[in-house]
Design a protein around this ligand. Sequence first.
Ligand code: ASN
Length: 356
Amino acid sequence: MSLYSPLANSDSAAERILVIYTGGTIGMQPHAHGLVPGGDFSTRMAAALTQLPITQQQALPLYEVTSYVTLIDSSAATPLTWQRLAHDINEKLTAYSGFVIIHGTDTLSWTAASLAYQLQGLDRPVVLTGAMQPLEAPASDALANLHGALMFAAQPALQEVAVYFAGKLLRGVRAVKQHSEAADAFASLNYPLIGERVGDDFVYYPSRGLGLQQRGAPRFELPDYRLINQGEVVRVVLWPGISAWQLDAWLGDSRVKGALLQLWGAGNLPDQPDLLNVLARASGEGKLLAAISQCPQGSAHFSTYAAGHGLSDAGVLAGDDMTPEAAFTKLAHLLAQPLSFEDQRQRFVTSLIGER
Ligand code: ASN
């Protein structure tokens, strides 16, 4: 771990930010087969920050950088990556006033959503960021994203897991990657920004944040969390012509404990009793089933159309306006805890951290 304080105006140990570098394009360097995660991020980040105007350098918080030994393209992240990050933050929670996680963009929103559940009750900022271009690339978005993430991680009023990207601060559990190339790659389509860069200022909107809402809420004890088994939760996105045997191939496997379905529009399934039978059987076996819409905006509920009516009877829970990331990681989160089936179902339909 290295300590760096570029003209920093604070020398209080209690106001340090921990930057956790996991990999991603932001730190990548050219290699024979294409870009790969590069090391020595601490030095490279420090060098990049010296390109900021002097007043902005002086306003930077004190920070330390720690790098994971195995750096990854985030396409290789798994639920165990999410769990390790939560564990590491939890262990160092009181030693730092805020955290920045440097992460690849491809699955950044999945990690953000999972961390938001795992760190429920958080009383300080955890800000994930990355970049569409490596730090050293010409006109890279990396420096601006690092700068903003550090500035928001230094704001004590922010008390949740957030994503900072391209001038926008998004609730972590509401963020989705919506562009594979543009610098403005992330959006929060069903919840407003919780902060943004305005000129040289990094403005947090407390009335939209969890800081005020969750004060005094019970904090989940991470040590009670069992290992999230990979493959326990599956995601099935409907397509026209889906058959019961295809759905059953996913849900019938005894290793599957939960499933996220992505339905049509406001929550519609084809009008085929055999599809509902597969769902009812899985739910009857104690599998946690939930559904959201395939539409990125709006919500899923099962009451509007006759085509969606049988879902509640089949035991499927409505995911309202949750993102796929939020709904999937919530299922994984609930299944990882020692809860009864009824408690899991009840908590799924309750907003735990502003995810719905
Ligand atoms: N493939 C990269 C990753 O997710 C994409 C990026 O970071 N922009 O690690």
